[in-house]
Design a protein around this ligand. Structure first.
Ligand SMILES: [Zn+2]
Length: 59
């Protein structure tokens, strides 16, 4: 299972809503409900963090 994050507040406290049907998720922190979630490995905008992680991994 991939780590997912709320697109609204960035909290990792996301749980499938409605039994996970329709790919809908709910954020327990801010109450966001929707199909748009952030999967950590697909984040492209956080280049600085990604680069630092890659450096740590390689070295
Ligand atoms: Zn949230």
């Amino acid at each position: 299972m991939k780590p997912i994050f709320c697109p609204k507040c960035g909290s990792p406290d996301i749980h499938p809503a409605m039994g996970g049907m329709l790919g809908t998720y709910q954020c327990k922190k801010c109450g966001y409900v929707g199909t748009l979630i952030i999967q950590k490995e697909f984040i492209k905008t956080m280049d600085n963090e990604t680069n630092s992680l890659e450096k740590q991994t390689k070295s």
